[in-house]
Design a binder for this molecule. Structure first.
Ligand SMILES: Nc1ncnc2c1ncn2[C@@H]1O[C@H](COP(=O)(O)OP(=O)(O)OP(=O)(O)O)[C@@H](O)[C@H]1O
Length: 580
């Protein structure tokens, strides 16, 4: 099994893996998919061969600052993700290092777009960009480190997650998406691989197991396909097959227009996978008709999913983007009002928190049951998550042993300890009645997971949830519910600052998409010429909507950008590799 990569228009051998997107409006989805397959096979060939090769290209200064610990994602194509120790900040960081050598100008621009976006984002459920470096050979994203990998690996290892655990994850992803969408940012590549996870950290001297039963803190990662859509609409068809919304797949390429609703569709696919262990759609396959994106809910696996969770998935996998649930509304679903469910277990005194043997035993049975159904989650009957029953049983045994052991008690202690802080902060925030995302993100710890008694009937593995966490989520959601739909949306991105001249007196990159009005009668050269001649009618401040969706890149050169008027800026058309 391999992770599915985003579709790329630049699926050539020299394309950057991380930030490639297909923004080529001249290709059909099928053609783009074919290129993607070629790209992925190239990745597989290269995988394992070049671990840390890119890291070694870093300048001496960076190598001095960041000490390599291990490779998180080996060198694929021309990027790799590395765990390193930042000697200045005294912390572990994830370095996403991208080799510039074979990047096209468009791909370089996308890297800078990703950086620019990430720099502007601040939310507990969005990966934090701690620093960014550009050397002669590399781009280096310095990211906070999600020590427990991503949701793809978690599901691959364990199969379907317990609905309580999925609920915790879902709330956080929805909060992250809500934050993005209120700022008119569309992620465009929501999938398990792009959700980083972290489990409770052991306090000093404690022996916390490497289990994942306690709780799952999640953050959105990989903004390589993300875009700021000022008008709220974007046009470039992109994403990962298996997660792409119908409105991207089946609208004429030149007419394709979509909104942040595409993220909610992908979110629905993600939830389906977490709840059942199998994807709703065959990944990597181009649907041939709209019927291919009609979701099936096989009773063999779906009957084990609680009704409220089913409702949440179905609300996301609504083929009509106009009526598909939004991230804000998602948090109002019944699923998140369940905090009192089993209240006698979950709201009891903390000292009472235990994990009973009986429930662990009952889970064992569920684990094996779930395994046998794994493949039915795919429409074509082929399993994407090839979790075999043995692997799952082993995982279950391990989980059960951990659940029963001392380690679990330690986890409870840590969770409780952290919860105290989170709750007291939450209370103070509630009193202040502040409603912005920023306020919330800076003041409230992310929901913290806990261990509790939990009747795990119907679950594939024991995932105890403690009441305090539930209360925390309830408070968090209540707070969001009180907000206006557009609350917190006031902050708009200054597109130019995202992409152009990070410093004065340097060359910058700017897209002027409105300059490119492809005319059927004009060939590639004419269009480029047209660009140059029409430039004068444009101002640099006029970038609108999803202008960054177009593949036009204009080099801006100036002696002093801080004082230059747009008209004084020299503009030269840069040859982009495609599609012109
Ligand atoms: N901050 C992080 N902490 C821990 N692991 C991370 C972090 N960022 C990325 N990873 C791991 O590296 C993988 C690749 O990261 P990312 O998706 O950002 O890079 P990419 O080059 O765009 O990959 P892809 O082309 O597969 O989408 C992720 O799926 C995740 O497993």
């Amino acid at each position: 099994m391999s992770k599915s990569g985003p579709i790329s228009s630049s699926g050539t051998t020299d394309s950057v893996d991380s930030s490639s997107t297909f923004s080529n409006s001249n290709l059909t989805v099928a053609e783009m998919a074919a290129r993607e397959v070629a790209r992925l096979s190239q990745q597989r060939t290269q995988k394992g061969g070049g671990s840390t090769a890119i890291f070694l290209q870093l300048s001496d200064m960076l190598k001095h600052r960041y000490k390599l610990i291990s490779t998180i994602r080996p060198s694929i194509s021309n990027s790799e993700v590395i765990l390193a120790y930042d000697q200045i900040l005294d912390t572990q960081v994830a370095l996403k290092v991208i080799n510039k050598a074979s990047l096209t100008e468009a791909e370089k621009w996308r890297v800078l777009r990703e950086t620019g976006l990430l720099k502007k984002l601040s939310h507990p459920n969005i990966i934090k960009l701690q620093d960014f470096h550009e050397t002669e050979t590399c781009y280096v994203f310095v990211l906070e480190y999600m020590k427990d990998g991503d949701l793809f690996d978690l599901v691959k290892q364990t199969g379907a997650l317990a609905s309580d655990q999925v609920r915790i994850i879902a709330a956080q992803v929805a909060l992250g998406l809500r934050y993005l969408h209120s700022r008119r940012v569309i992620h465009r590549d929501i999938k398990p691989e792009n959700i980083g996870i972290r489990f409770p950290t052991p306090s000093e001297g404690d022996d916390v197991p490497d289990n994942h039963e306690n709780w799952t803190e999640v953050k959105l990662i990989d903004f390589g396909l993300s875009t700021y859509a000022k008008s709220g609409r974007a046009r470039t068809p992109c994403g990962t097959l298996g997660y792409m919304a119908p409105e991207i797949l089946f609208i004429g390429l030149h007419e394709c227009e979509y909104t942040s609703a595409v993220d909610m569709w992908a979110f629905g696919c993600l939830l389906y996978i977490l709840l059942t262990g199998a994807p709703p759609f065959e990944l990597g396959i181009v649907p041939q008709s709209k019927l291919d994106v009609v979701v099936s809910y096989p009773p063999s696996i779906w009957s084990k999913v609680p009704a409220n969770a089913q409702q949440a998935v179905e609300a996301c996998l609504n083929p009509n983007p106009e009526t598909r649930i939004t991230a804000a509304k998602f948090l109002d679903l019944e699923w998140f009002k369940e905090d009192d469910e089993g209240e006698d277990e979950s709201t009891g005194p903390r000292d009472d928190v235990t994990v009973g043997d009986a429930e662990c035993e009952s889970n064992d049975g569920d684990i094996s049951e779930g395994t046998s159904d794994n493949s039915t989650g795919s429409r074509s009957g082929r399993s994407y998550f090839s979790v075999d029953s043995r692997a799952r049983s082993e995982a279950a045994e391990k989980s059960t042993a951990q659940t029963k052991g001392r380690a679990q008690k330690v986890a409870v202690g840590i969770a409780n300890q952290r919860m105290d802080t989170a709750e007291s902060r939450m209370k103070s925030r509630m009193v202040e009645n502040s409603s912005s995302d920023e306020d919330l993100s800076s003041e409230v710890d992310p929901p913290i997971g806990h261990v509790s008694k939990h009747k795990a009937k119907g679950l594939h593995q024991p995932v105890p949830v403690e009441a305090k966490r539930a209360k925390s989520i309830a408070a968090l959601l209540a707070k969001y519910k009180d907000e206006q739909e557009d609350g917190g949306a006031a902050t708009e991105f200054d597109l130019e600052s995202l992409t152009v001249d990070r410093e004065p007196n340097v060359e910058g990159w700017l897209r002027l998409s409105d300059l490119l009005r492809p005319s059927a009668s004009k060939d590639k050269r004419d269009r480029e010429f047209e660009l140059q001649t029409e430039r004068k009618e444009e101002t640099f401040g006029s970038i609108e909507g999803d202008s960054d969706e177009r593949h036009v890149i204009v080099r801006v050169t100036t002696d002093d950008r801080s004082s230059a008027e747009p008209e004084e800026v020299a503009v030269n058309v840069v040859h982009t590799p495609s599609p012109f």
